[in-house]
Design a protein around this ligand. Structure first.
Ligand SMILES: [Fe+2]
Length: 180
């Protein structure tokens, strides 16, 4: 494998119509903690409210909520309410293991959050798989603005020769990446 300059995907900054409502959701359900919050124009080039959030201690922020007070946010159309806002498909949050994923599923019930898809096994190889991709188990919810969120565990990793390896460490010999 060649050495890459980019090491991975880091934070996402998500624009929300109501910062307090979204902060409550992402803290209570996802478990993010607030690192810092800032008002618009504290720095002249940044005319938006920002809430920097994190999971652990590794990074100052893993996730950022953004609200632009100069923007008119509107309620989603019927089509957007079922498919999500334009230009956005989903964000996936990884659980540390399947037990924690099951706890997240229970938490949707406790918090009255609807599961809009799943639970599903994204696999064409697993006996319970629906034929989709990644080998992970997932369910999906909407955040308060209708952003679709995937909550998942056990995604496949990739062996050096490009073969998929499931969460238990077993190679799936018939499953290979397109590019090694
Ligand atoms: Fe996904």
């Amino acid at each position: 494998m060649s050495i890459q300059s980019i090491s991975g995907l880091h934070h996402i900054a998500l624009e929300v119509s109501d910062l307090e409502r979204s902060a409550k959701f992402y803290r209570e359900f996802i478990g993010l903690k607030i690192t810092e919050r800032h008002e618009e124009n504290e720095v002249p080039a940044i005319p938006v409210k920002l809430m920097f959030m994190r999971f652990g201690q590794k990074s100052h922020h893993d996730f950022v909520l953004v609200h632009n007070p100069n923007k008119k946010y509107r309620a989603p159309t019927e089509e957007e309410a079922s498919n999500g806002p334009p230009g956005f498909h989903h964000i996936a949050f990884e659980c540390v293991n399947r037990d924690e994923w099951l706890k997240m599923k229970d938490k949707t019930e406790e918090l009255g959050i609807d599961i809009v898809r799943g639970p599903v096994v994204h696999s064409a190889y697993h006996p319970d798989g629906e034929g989709s991709w990644g080998e992970n188990e997932s369910f999906y919810v909407f955040d308060p603005d209708g952003h679709r969120l995937e909550i998942f565990c056990d995604m496949a990793s990739i062996d050096e020769d490009g073969t998929f390896v499931d969460f238990s460490g077993k190679r799936i010999e018939e499953a290979k990446v397109l590019e090694v």
